[in-house]
Design a protein around this ligand. Structure first.
Ligand code: PLP
Length: 417
């Protein structure tokens, strides 16, 4: 997303009223007020087409996959594997076998840490993450580094929420095995310079995993063009169901990695003496998966793929600019994270007020925001604050939602005195 000035009014090709009608929950009330849903960073709402797909699956098609010769099992298997194809096309993966279903970003990162990490990390090896990572992109690496006696290094950042790229360069050594960073920060909204990170890491001989949990709700990506070795994201943040996510990986890496969970589906042949493993992607998908989750995620991707991408990104940029300037006018409000390149996420605090108190008063006015550390405690420590209030926008939010947020904050500030 570039920072070129876009018209403050949304593109005429972006019919926000029609889009909002596709999301049934947006027309409900909360605490007697119309819902203003600004917690999209935590989870997004679902369009009717996703809800209908899930309903239809359980009504007409439900069966276990990959194992049955009967009709329903074959229908369900086809739908699940078609979903994988849809997701692969969406991120431009070279082959759908490089698209692994997981429970979400967290499980995708744990998969790489457990399988690749246990196989490749040796005492004295190094890994790099950044100050602004979600706990899901810190703790799995801490665990495997501890087990393998490897060292975890951290890219520092500046106060406005941008990574210190010179310092990053200095962290890379011949022992660096992997750099794992957020494509977009969930707390600050910073869009990290991932192409530069990938180029520098590859030059140093290290692999790169991108945590795309907060990127894909706001932008399209092309994994081949990006050149990341692994890319992880969650279905529920891209307008699909909970409990499903994706790990994309370069084929030769995934091929070389050992399975990390054993069970049904991931085997080729089992005897008590020796078990051999299935090929990709099944090698990493032990047990009955979240079948309807995968199918529902593909329905969400069909929905977003049909949108005019340039218009939806311009609309979100407009919301970010409009909200940033309105929030800056509120006395005592400080924005946390003011990077030059940002997705439509704004963290802030009201001077002297705890984020929970502000969030509670906003909720009473129908405005749903997230409060707390956002699973980024090291980032909160860096700023020396207990948490923030976070408003995170999706393409179905409108300027009216921003106005409602601003009015609600002003009222909350008055009440808190
Ligand atoms: N990474 C980032 C940047 C996130 O924002 C989140 C969730 O908020 C996660 C990882 C974890 O995602 P999930 O809980 O869906 O696995």
């Amino acid at each position: 997303m570039n920072q070129a000035t876009v018209p403050m009014e949304s593109s005429v090709t972006f019919d926000i009223d029609r889009i909002r009608r596709d999301f049934p929950i947006l027309s409900r009330e909360v605490n007697g007020r119309p819902l203003v849903y600004l917690d999209n960073g935590a989870t997004s709402q679902k369009p009717r087409s996703v809800i209908d797909t899930i309903d239809r699956y359980y009504t007409d098609e439900n069966a276990n996959i990959h194992r049955g010769v009967h009709h329903l099992s074959q229908v369900a298997t086809q739908a699940y594997e078609d979903a994988r194809e849809t997701i692969a096309r969406w991120i431009n993966a070279p082959a759908s076998r490089q698209v692994l279903f997981t429970r979400g970003t967290t499980e995708a990162i744990n998969l790489v840490a457990s399988s690749w990490g246990r196989d490749v990390l040796f005492p004295g090896d190094e890994m790099v993450v950044s100050t602004m990572e979600h706990h899901s992109n810190i703790v799995p690496w801490q665990m495997i580094c501890e087990e393998r006696c490897a060292k975890l290094k951290v890219i520092p950042m500046s106060g406005n929420g941008e990574l210190d790229m010179d310092a990053f360069e200095g962290l890379l050594t011949e022992r660096t095995r992997l750099v794992s960073v957020a494509h977009v920060s969930n707390t600050l909204g910073t869009i990290n310079p991932v192409r530069e990170i990938i180029a520098r890491a590859h030059e140093a001989g290290a692999l790169v995993l991108l945590d795309g949990a907060q990127a894909l709700p706001h932008m399209r990506i092309d994994v081949q063009e990006l050149g990341a070795d692994f890319y992880a994201f969650s279905g529920h943040k891209v307008f699909g169901p909970t409990g499903v996510g994706i790990l994309y990986g370069r084929e030769e890496l995934l091929d070389s990695m050992p399975p990390y969970q054993g069970g049904g589906d991931m085997i080729e042949k089992v005897t008590f003496e020796r078990t051999t493993y299935n090929t990709l992607p099944h090698k990493f998908e032990a047990g009955t998966p979240n079948i309807v989750g995968g199918i529902g995620l593909a329905a969400a991707i069909d929905y977003v793929s049909a949108m005019d991408q340039a218009a939806f990104m311009a609309h979100e940029k407009d919301l970010l600019d409009y909200a940033t300037s309105a929030l800056c006018d509120i006395p005592g409000l400080g924005i946390v994270g003011t990077a030059a390149d940002k997705a439509s996420v704004i963290s802030f605090n009201l001077e002297g007020q705890h984020p929970f108190d502000v969030g509670t008063l906003l909720d009473q006015q129908g405005v749903a925001v997230r409060t707390g550390h956002h699973c980024t405690q090291p980032l909160m420590d860096y700023y020396g604050i207990p948490g923030t209030v976070r408003a995170s926008f999706a393409f179905y939010n409108s300027r009216a939602d921003v106005d409602a947020l601003v009015n609600a904050i002003r009222r909350a500030a008055d009440m808190l005195g």
